[in-house]
Design a protein around this ligand. Structure first.
Ligand code: FCB
Length: 456
């Protein structure tokens, strides 16, 4: 088996604004909820913040050149709402837009196609102060207006748009019942229903944004939602365990209340039954707004969970990971490469979307990288992880599922949210004192995969 991909398959790299840009007060940008969260003692490991991060705002030309040198021709990045509309609503900060214009022009000079995410968690603090961010329906409307402002200005040079990144992370991990949640804005709410209401508002924001992009884009464009739905993997590939994994998929984490309404126009009935009074309030017309036609679904996949058939009311059982199960440098990073394959296949077989193009918009791992005396990072653990996931991608493509491309997370070591600079996901090592970039062994390996269009 050579694991050669068809010609249409593309290879890319992904980043996000708050994790790499720094320059948090440059040229009119105002604080995001992550600036406030990171400045609050105890929220981020070692008190790290995104104030400087990879200083990409000033070093983007070097980073684009690095990508080009590796042969990466597809780049997913995100646009920071508080750079473009610093108060969240109202006046557009043209200097903030100009940064992204410079970035995209530089990408074009290097033959790299841009894929812009319009929201990767760094929402304006001003809207948190005004109405509690996603707790309010107003947030969806303000998001759509910001999206229209971006697409009106950059739509001549960007034709791949992603509305929101990982709704469950910035809602179900940003609003917590009874205890401070791990992600910004870090709001404690009274009931699980309050949390589900925030993800419902985010879904509305997604739907309105799809409409805004299509209305504002001067050229034909592709519109995507990126989700990190929880992937259930059958313990063995037999019909009974596959069915169990498919049923379990509905109620795994937030799938039934995020991916299901976005793709089918309805919350999963299995989830609604489980939620009872905790289900969000859904107004007339909301589900139609939410379920916009999509050109692509972006799957962010890092891990998965094993499921088997069981003789109980659910018909399945989700298995705990044994203590010795392989795990990389995050508490949740159990290595389950088959999750990539099943994540793609479930969209066809559980959600009935057999033709919807899928891109893996993030896949990668944190490992305990060490810079050797020779100045190398020999991350064969990361290569092992990526190789196995790309082999699973190859399987999905070979079986005819509509998987079109793959973005590795991430181009650079960066500000890893509540873990600060302590966890390194990059193909490129970043020395945060000197801002030196050093491509790791995995970067060279990935470059060779791209060159040969196969898993090497
Ligand atoms: C994803 C996020 C991304 C990064 C990776 C490790 O959930 O989208 O920003 O933090 O995890």
């Amino acid at each position: 088996m050579t694991y050669t991909f068809p010609d249409f398959f593309f290879w890319g790299a992904a980043t996000s604004s708050y994790q790499i840009e720094g320059a948090i007060a440059a040229e009119g940008r105002k604080p995001s909820v992550w600036d406030r969260f990171a400045a609050t003692p105890g929220r981020v490991l070692n008190g790290d913040t995104g104030a400087i991060a990879c200083d990409h705002y000033h070093r983007f030309r070097e980073d684009v050149t690095l990508m080009a040198d590796l042969g990466i021709r597809h780049y997913r990045f995100s646009i920071a709402w508080p750079r473009v509309i610093p108060d969240g609503r109202g006046a557009v900060n043209e200097a903030g837009v100009d940064f992204y214009r410079r970035l995209v022009d530089c990408l074009e000079e290097h033959g790299i196609t841009p894929y812009a995410t319009l929201f990767h968690w760094d929402s304006p603090q001003a809207l948190e102060d005004r109405y509690g961010s996603w707790r309010s329906r107003e947030m969806a409307q303000d998001f759509a207006e910001y999206v229209a402002a971006v697409v009106e200005r950059l739509g001549d040079r960007i034709s791949h748009w992603i509305t929101l990144n990982e709704i469950a992370c910035f809602t179900h991990l940003g609003y917590g019942v009874g205890q401070i949640p791990p992600h910004a804005p870090g709001t404690v709410v009274a009931t699980p229903k309050d949390v589900w209401q925030t993800s419902h508002h985010a879904l509305l924001g997604h739907g309105l944004a799809c409409q805004a992009i299509r209305a504002a884009s001067p050229i034909p464009c592709a519109v995507a939602l990126v989700d990190n739905y929880a992937v259930t993997v059958p313990l063995a590939e037999t019909p009974e365990h596959i069915t169990a994994a498919q049923v379990a998929f509905h109620t795994a984490w937030a799938n039934g209340g995020i991916l299901f309404p976005a793709l089918t126009g309805a919350y999963s009935p299995l989830l609604l039954e489980k939620l009872g009074a905790d289900a969000p309030d859904i107004q007339d017309g909301d589900l139609q707004t939410i379920c916009q036609p999509l050109d692509v679904l972006g799957l962010n996949v890092y891990s998965g969970s094993y499921v088997r058939a069981a003789d109980n009311a659910d018909g399945f059982e989700t298995l705990p990971f044994p203590a010795s199960y392989p795990r990389l440098h995050m508490p949740w990073l159990w290595v389950v490469p088959d999750a990539l394959y099943w994540g793609v296949r479930h969209v066809s077989e559980v959600l009935g979307h057999r033709q919807l193009s899928i891109w893996v918009t993030e896949n990668g791992c944190a490992v305990e990288d060490v810079l050797t005396e020779q100045g190398e990072v020999l991350d064969c653990d990361r290569i092992l992880y990526l190789r196995q996931h790309l082999q699973a991608a190859h399987r999905a493509v070979s079986e005819g599922y509509p998987l079109g491309g793959y973005f590795v997370w991430s181009l650079l070591d960066n500000f890893e949210w509540a873990w600060g600079h302590d966890r390194r996901f990059g193909l490129t090592y970043v020395d945060f004192d000197t801002q030196q970039r050093i491509p790791k062994a995995s970067a060279r390996w990935y470059a060779e995969c791209i060159r040969q269009n196969r898993v090497v």
